[in-house]
Design a protein. Structure first.
Length: 95
C-alpha cells in the first residue's frame, strides 16, 4: 500500500461520502448481446454447457480492469491508529 497525497486524500474523502448507502447511484445502459447469444447457442448446439450471462459480465469486468489498471484499487484504512487512509493498488485481476 502507498501513502496518499493531499489530492488523493480529498478524493478519498469524497469517495467515502459518495459510497454511503444513502448516496448510491444506479446506472443503466442498453447493451447488444447478439454476440453473447451467438456464443451461447453455438456451445449448446455442440453439446457443451452454455456460459452464463454472469460469466460474460465477469470477463468484461476483468478486461476493463486490465485496460484501466488505476480502477483496480481501493481505499483502505491504515492498520495503525496514527496512519491515514491508504490506496491499495492490486497488481492482479481477481474477478
Amino acid at each position: 500500500m502507498q501513502r496518499i497525497n493531499g489530492f488523493q486524500s480529498a478524493i478519498a474523502a469524497m469517495s467515502a461520502f459518495e459510497i454511503r448507502p444513502g448516496n448510491t447511484v444506479t446506472l443503466t445502459h442498453l447493451v447488444d448481446l447478439t454476440g453473447v447469444e451467438r456464443v451461447r447457442a453455438r456451445r449448446s448446439a455442440a453439446g457443451f454447457v452454455k456460459p452464463s450471462y454472469t460469466a460474460f459480465v465477469a470477463k468484461a469486468a476483468a478486461l476493463a480492469l486490465q485496460a484501466h489498471p488505476m480502477a483496480n484499487r481501493r481505499l483502505a484504512a491504515s492498520p495503525w491508529p496514527w496512519g491515514g487512509p491508504r490506496l491499495q493498488i492490486f497488481e492482479t485481476i481477481d474477478v
